[in-house]
Write a protein that binds this ligand. Structure first.
Ligand SMILES: [Zn+2]
Length: 227
């Protein structure tokens, strides 16, 4: 009788163990966003200005780092609208240090083709050409950038989307290279709905906000769109 009791107990423990493993596996799978390549992917974050990475993409970058992506960053301007380009380039390096992107994986373009200016329309073909060159040279599997709304509506942000959209629609992206765009939110969502309490902001994000404290306050971040 005692032996039967032990057998029942053993079966119960085994069943519990199986269910626990199954539940953990299901939860682990659900944390991986659909359409995002797996660990080891070479992922390129494409931004227009120093501070975009902190204001709009920090949770995305930290999430991809947790998925063991190898991250690099391409910034199309020095953010010189108020003649603070040199300072903002240094801030970008500090910010990337917090995000876990090493200086060797950061490229900041600082030329007349792409001025930090919401009144200037960057040439889509020119942006696309520079971007494609970078994607091919670095063997990029995933590009992360703004969507058609540019999150804040800044024309330079939108120019990046236009370029990557062009590369995608013309079939110029290398085989196996995916794109994620950060979904813009409307004014009600970004300015009327309650924002995240400061105590809930993770330590890396607090550090990032300090790095760029002379810039605009952060906007809420929403999920990605894949194409
Ligand atoms: Zn920007």
């Amino acid at each position: 009788m005692e032996a039967v009791g032990f057998l029942c107990l053993g079966a119960a423990v085994l069943a519990w163990g199986f269910l626990w493993v199954w539940d953990s596996w299901e939860r682990m799978k659900s944390q991986e966003p659909a359409g995002v390549p797996g660990g080891g992917s070479r992922t390129l974050l494409v931004i227009a200005h120093p501070d975009d990475e902190a204001m709009f993409f920090a949770p995305t970058v930290l999430g991809l780092a947790r998925l063991r992506h190898r991250l690099s960053l391409l910034c199309f301007s020095a953010g010189n609208y108020y003649n603070q380009g040199e300072m903002r380039k240094k801030e970008l390096l500090q910010s990337c240090d917090v995000l876990g992107i090493p200086p060797s994986s950061i490229m900041i373009i600082d030329n007349r083709d792409f001025p930090d200016d919401p009144g200037v329309q960057w040439d889509t073909e020119r942006v696309a050409s520079v971007l494609l060159q970078h994607i091919e040279a670095s063997g990029i599997n995933l590009v992360v950038t703004f969507d058609a709304g540019g999150v804040s509506g800044h024309r330079n942000h939108v120019a990046l989307y236009a370029a990557v959209r062009t590369l995608h629609s013309e079939g110029k992206l290398p085989k196996g290279c995916s794109v994620l765009t950060l979904r813009s939110v409307n004014v009600f969502q970004s300015h009327v709905l309650p924002s995240q309490p400061a105590a809930l902001v993770s330590p890396p994000l607090r550090a990032l906000l300090q790095v760029h404290e002379n810039q605009l306050p952060a906007l809420p971040l929403k999920p990605w769109r894949v194409f």
